[in-house]
Write a protein that binds this ligand. Sequence first.
Ligand code: FES
Length: 118
Amino acid sequence: LPEDNVTLHFVNQDGVRTTTSVTEGVSLLNVVINKKIDISGFGACDGTLACSTCHLIFEENIFEKMDSLADEEVDMLDLAYGLTKTSRLGCQVCVRKWMDGMTVRVPRDEKMASTRTQ
Ligand code: FES
């Protein structure tokens, strides 16, 4: 069996960080599901490119190394809440060994953020 040898960090909508180790080749959507990462409403369409709830924000140096986006992904991403220059849809990105140690995050929950700053 392949080893879980790629370590990933996820930061959820509340700023809570989760670290997990996974096998190369799985999609980030499946990582969130299989490892039960606590991200609210993630992956509503099961990876069929029919939602944007699997939106993840990547570190710039990682984003630059990834394959370019298909048109379908760009169209869906346009609808994503909190879109950034380094955003991707998690169901379209597969884990690679070189991603070891990266941190991906989802947009902060605006309601929570504004409550805190008041
Ligand atoms: Fe719906 Fe990725 S899970 S587009």
